[in-house]
Design a protein around this ligand. Structure first.
Ligand SMILES: C[S@@+](CC[C@H](N)C(=O)[O-])C[C@H]1O[C@@H](n2cnc3c(N)ncnc32)[C@H](O)[C@@H]1O
Length: 215
């Protein structure tokens, strides 16, 4: 098993210790979702609360999806559609989903294009739930780095995130700040409805796809 497959299996286990916080947030806006997409889904555990619906996950890396299919089978659950795909070019029609989830995948993507795509595939009034890596996450990683490689990685992301914040140019993996994320979401047509900062390095953001002509 490669490192990524191991990582997604660990996140799958973690999901079972938490109380599906992303699905809980989404249900404030869409109590009974029929079509749900998880972007950068890893093993796809965020789709577990939605197995009665049309549940789809996309991720760039096949190894996580393969691990995910095995994990759904292991617990005797229906396996959702887990597809290889990029957040920046989602292979779905506009307004195809009631709920779009993206847990800890945004910092690795082209944030502006990925947000545009998530907004496009979300129906008006639909819910977008993001869990992001805030600047605090990378500061903590730099502080706690156990070797020079980890430190350099954290510092590089901090530099890349700073460039993104200041110029709009994103050289690579980048931290996000809540205020500018809200601005970027608004220009993609999504209003921020709620922010859950209990996990301060990795807050949750709930957004609603605006209906054209209304806010
Ligand atoms: C930190 S993992 C989170 C995985 C999963 N959401 C979870 O919570 O367990 C980030 C995931 O995003 C995926 N990813 C990174 N960039 C992506 C992109 N541009 N489009 C789609 N998936 C991407 C990675 O392959 C990886 O599986």
């Amino acid at each position: 098993m490669d490192d990524h497959a191991e990582y997604v299996r660990a996140e799958w286990r973690k999901f079972h210790e938490e109380n599906a916080p992303l699905a809980a947030l989404a249900s404030r806006i869409v109590p009974a979702a029929r079509r749900v997409l998880d972007v950068g889904c890893g093993a796809g555990q965020e789709l577990l609360p939605y197995l009665g619906a049309t549940a789809v996950g996309v991720d760039l890396r096949r190894s996580g999806l393969v691990a995910g299919r095995a994990l759904f089978r292991e617990i005797g659950a229906r396996v959702p559609s887990l597809l290889v795909g990029a957040a920046e070019a989602l292979p779905f029609a506009s307004a195809a989903f009631d709920v779009v989830i993206c847990r800890l995948a945004l910092p690795y993507a082209d944030v502006r294009r990925a947000l545009g795509e998530m907004a496009r595939v979300l129906r008006p009034g639909g819910a977008l739930v993001l869990q992001i890596h805030h600047l605090r996450y990378y500061l903590l990683r730099a502080w706690r780095a156990r070797d020079p490689r980890e430190l350099v990685h954290a510092l590089r992301v901090i530099a890349s995130g700073a460039a993104f914040e200041l110029t709009g140019w994103q050289p690579g993996e980048a931290f996000l700040l809540l205020r500018s994320l809200a601005r970027r979401l608004a220009s993609a047509g999504v209003e921020v409805v709620e922010i859950d900062e209990r996990d301060r390095p990795a807050p949750l953001v709930l957004g609603r796809r605006m209906v054209k002509g209304h806010s």
